[in-house]
Write a protein of this length. Structure first.
Length: 43
């Protein structure tokens, strides 16, 4: 499974969500999950 968190800057929100999800996955010994975060530039 792949999970991607997206926000407009990838400075705080998506990066924090990425970290929190990685911690939850690790704490619950869940395998085969990839976590990503990125930015979406909206003009």
């Amino acid at each position: 499974m792949k999970i991607m968190f997206v926000c407009t800057g990838n400075i705080c929100r998506s990066a924090m969500a990425h970290w929190l999800m990685e911690k939850k996955i690790k704490d619950n010994n869940i395998k085969n999950v990839e976590i990503y975060s990125c930015r979406n530039i909206c003009k």
